[in-house]
Design a protein around this ligand. Structure first.
Ligand code: SAH
Length: 451
């Protein structure tokens, strides 16, 4: 933890009595956050029609090729370029299907902005950094972080800051462009690997990419909030005959309906993804998350920086967490694909393993602990002192409760970080163990969580 006095000073400089973003904020209904408990996602589909263009596309495909993996089903349902959920709907926020922490409270993004500044200071204030957000949703989190950077403009005056957003959804990238630049963007800029570029309201260049590999190398801070849970998972079931992969097929009893089946024998995925020492009977693995974490770890090892991952998840203990959300309610994952968000808990033990020791990792630590360590209580006090009406007061307390209450988002969301080894281990540690104390601690995380 950053010493309280130092964090108080940074918080005061960054936030002071300054800026609320949009007031009044709407109250997010308690059911709006995606609950962590596993339901298997077999809730009833609601809405006028279960028959969607995506369903028809999948039925044709399944008739032609036979069952597909859950990963393939999820990829189609979420990011198919024509009919995918994020491509067409991307319903984040109260009028959508689910609400996320940055949408609930501006304080969330502000404290994350401070985390990056505190890491930037701890590593000697490099002359430039890129902030790279994976899956930025509506752009709210980056917007809140940019407000903190703007408050700290004098501290950052000699630092060349740029923003890099990795987003596959054309619809959401438009929303982000509107939020961050007022809509003044250039598509397919010739000089860059980006598909779009613009300038933030505070004068910082912003670039959009479809893949992390397109982001230029360089000292970077990475951010993935509720990103890894949207990536496709494979599901496996232990049977008497060994591990079998869960597949999606057409239900022979009900026309135009999908159902889960088990692969008749092992699949390449069962061979590659199940560890011999596995004790659970049902396992979900997200290889795409593994590949992306590997890329982040390689980039941090080579060019420096840090990554902050925040998501709901577990440390290799949970089983069936695949579920769907539509209009803030659980939704049958196989019903009306393309109209609901599909998600699975993030396995942080798998992410840690996939760094292959290239970086140090911290966490996962519960959201309420991380935010408390980052000074959320101080920030709440300042906002309460500066709010003049009781509706704003209520709203501030309500959003604090949503983020921090262990029964809401406080316990089920976790923070996990990747840092260069030298950030946590002094090079001459072996000779002088006491020299470790000279390294500034990492804000938000207790030192005991170092892995
Ligand atoms: N971080 C935001 C949004 C979370 S929703 C928030 O917390 O509010 C997931 C986001 O990831 C969306 O922006 C979605 O379009 C994006 N996304 C999903 N799959 C992706 C992929 N494979 N590559 C890049 N972005 C992806």
């Amino acid at each position: 933890m950053v010493p309280l006095a130092a964090r108080r000073a940074l918080l005061a400089a960054a936030l002071g009595s300054a800026g609320r973003r949009r007031l009044p904020r709407h109250h997010a209904p308690a059911a709006a956050s995606r609950p962590a408990s596993s339901t298997g996602g077999r809730a009833e589909a609601e809405g006028p029609s279960r028959d969607t263009a995506m369903l028809r596309h999948l039925l044709l495909k399944l008739r032609a090729t036979g069952p597909v993996t859950v990963a393939e089903y999820m990829r189609e349902a979420l990011t198919n370029p024509g009919q995918g959920y994020y491509t067409r709907r991307g319903g984040i926020g109260e009028s959508g299907d689910f609400v996320t922490s940055p949408e609930i409270s501006q304080v969330f993004g502000e404290l994350i902005g401070i985390w990056y500044i505190s890491e930037w200071i701890a590593t000697g204030k490099p002359k430039a950094f890129q902030l790279v957000e994976l899956g930025p949703g509506r752009g709210t989190l980056t917007d809140d972080i940019l407000r903190v950077f703007n408050q700290l403009a004098s501290l950052l005056s000699k630092c060349d800051v740029s923003i890099h957003l990795v987003e596959v959804s054309p619809k959401l990238s438009e929303t982000q462009a509107l939020m961050l630049t007022g809509g003044k963007v250039q598509s397919n800029p010739e000089d860059k690997s980006a598909y779009m570029k613009g300038i933030s309201k505070t004068g910082i260049p912003i670039f959009w990419y479809r893949d992390i590999q397109d982001v230029p190398p360089g000292y970077s801070f990475y951010l993935a909030h509720e990103f890894f849970d949207a990536l496709p998972i494979h599901k496996f079931q232990r049977t008497e005959k060994g591990w079998r992969e869960v597949l999606v097929d057409i239900d022979p009893e009900v026309p135009d309906q999908l159902r889960f089946v088990l692969s008749p024998s092992s699949t390449p995925a069962t061979e590659n993804f199940i560890q011999p020492e596995e004790r659970r009977d049902h396992v979900e693995v997200c290889p795409e998350a593994g590949v992306i974490i590997q890329r982040l770890a390689c980039r941090i090892e080579k060019d420096g920086g840090a990554a902050l991952v925040a998501d709901y998840g577990h440390d290799g203990t949970k089983t069936d967490t695949f579920r769907g959300f539509r209009n803030h309610k659980l939704h049958d994952v196989l019903s009306a694909p393309g109209t609901a968000d599909l998600t699975a808990d993030v396995d942080f033990s798998y992410l840690r393993k996939m760094t292959q020791g290239r970086t140090a990792t911290l966490g996962p630590i519960k959201q309420r602990e991380f935010l408390k360590n980052m000074g959320i209580d101080l920030r709440l006090q300042v906002l309460l002192q500066n709010s003049c009406d009781s509706a704003t007061h209520q709203q501030l307390l309500h959003s604090y409760d949503m983020l921090m209450n262990p029964e809401k988002m406080g316990d089920c969301f976790n923070f996990f970080a990747l840092l260069p080894h030298h950030r946590l281990e002094h090079p001459d540690k072996k000779r002088k163990p006491e020299s470790k104390s000279a390294l500034p601690p990492v804000a938000g995380f207790g030192e005991l969580l170092v892995q």
